[in-house]
Write a protein that binds this ligand. Structure first.
Ligand SMILES: Nc1nc2c(ncn2[C@@H]2O[C@H](COP(=O)(O)OP(=O)(O)O)[C@@H](O)[C@H]2O)c(=O)[nH]1
Ligand SMILES: [Mg+2]
Length: 376
């Protein structure tokens, strides 16, 4: 259960942001709803956060903290995780100091070090040490990145990423797409990462689909690097699905905002398919016909999902599907299973201890196995 309070004021209140009258209202609402947490859609100074918490007697988090928590749950790459932790630590430092002032007073005595103050210093030292370590590690991760990318490319599974404004329906579409093309094998489904799934396209080739954190307005500047790092994996995507909420009156601004971020991330050259979602909420004539690479779906109703999968298949044609015949030894089981995973088996026969297969598979896979190819 949740409740919502709105305050409009000419100026922010220095001590409590919302002013004492509203704070009383918040205190009452907190008790009435037995709230466990109060979230401010604004940034609070460490002092404001403390003052409000003390007054209403429950945990208070602000906009930056909320976004940080979301990023933390979304960061997948090593660099993304480190950047988010760095932002978390930097966010924590001044707040720690706030509590420290209070604690050090307990220690009392001019010139003596209160127990609180000593603890504060060690905590701060620990955080500074950790920040230093993260910065070093980030350097290392960045210098190794080229290597990882090369490794990733040796696995010929196209990567498709969902991007778009918060609330556009990315996660709903992610589920619709993965359910439509669910793997029969439970093992392949058993991924620890709920935002990354393998799907099979209509051509039977395999792809990896990933959901990403949504774009938002007024991203706190202190979170820009963490946000970008969270989207770092987009650099590996072969295709971006830009999900746009067709029913939103702000859809054009939201679309532009996403395009700007993609540009900043140097991703503008990537193939993008614009997916206008929530068509079920819109009368037919309002569907946009002006963009070349676009189509309409309803993720909740499953409308247009098959069509979308078809288009994805076509757009990955930079790596077209080709027919080829291979001769493997029985001991090459790993190569065979890789081939089956990303291609469509047409025929298979056994000759002594050898396997003859004919498949339709992406060109890149066929090229990689050309040692075994026959009759080309
Ligand atoms: N009517 C309608 N609602 C949708 C559709 N797709 C998503 N939604 C709703 O839009 C809201 C945001 O969806 P979500 O997938 O969480 O968006 P995300 O922030 O982009 O991941 C949820 O309440 C969904 O139920 C759709 O096709 N039609
Ligand atoms: Mg989502």
């Amino acid at each position: 259960m949740s409740a919502r309070l709105v305050q409009e004021r000419e100026h922010y209140d220095a001590a409590t942001l919302i002013g004492s009258g509203k704070l009383r209202e918040l205190e009452e609402a907190t008790q009435r709803f037995q709230a466990e947490i109060v979230i401010f859609d604004e940034n609070l100074s460490p002092a404001q956060q403390r003052n409000i918490e003390r007054r209403i007697g429950c945990r208070v988090i602000d906009r930056t903290q909320l976004i940080l928590d979301i990023f933390a749950s979304r960061a997948r790459t090593r660099e993304g995780k480190l950047q988010v932790e760095l932002a978390q630590l930097n966010y924590m430092l001044p707040r720690l100091a706030g509590h420290g002032v209070e604690l050090s007073r307990l220690g009392g005595g001019i010139g003596t070090r209160g127990p609180g103050e000593t603890k504060l210093e060690t905590d701060q030292r620990k955080i500074h040490k950790r920040i230093h370590k993260i910065e070093e590690e980030l350097e290392r991760v960045r210098s190794h990145r080229g290597l990882h990318r090369a490794h990733r490319q040796s696995i010929p599974v196209p990567a498709i990423s969902l991007v778009g404004y918060t609330n556009a329906g990315k996660s709903t579409l992610f589920n619709a797409l993965t359910q439509a093309r669910a793997f029969a094998s439970a093992r392949l489904f058993a991924t620890l990462d709920p935002l990354l799934r393998r799907i099979k396209l209509p051509s039977n080739r395999e792809a990896v689909l990933s959901d990403t954190v949504g774009f938002i307005h007024k991203l706190p500047t202190t979170l820009v690097s963490a946000f970008r790092a969270t989207l770092e994996e987009l650099a590996q995507a072969d295709l971006l699905l830009h999900v746009i909420d067709l029913s939103s009156p702000h859809r054009e601004q939201q679309r532009d905002a996403v395009l700007r971020v993609l540009e900043e991330l140097k991703l503008s050259a990537k193939p993008v398919l614009e997916v206008y979602n929530k068509i079920d909420l819109c009368p037919a004539p309002s569907a946009p016909g002006c963009y070349v690479n676009s189509l309409c779906v309803s993720a909740t109703q499953g409308l247009g999902v098959d069509n979308l999968l078809q288009r994805i298949d076509e757009l990955l044609s930079s790596d077209p599907l080709v027919r080829a015949r291979f001769l493997f030894r029985q001991t090459n089981g790993d190569l065979l299973s890789r081939l089956y995973a990303c291609g469509r088996l047409i025929e298979r026969s056994y000759v002594d201890d050898q396997v003859l297969v004919e498949v339709e598979a992406p060109q890149s896979v066929v090229d990689r196995l050309k040692k075994f190819r026959i009759g080309a």
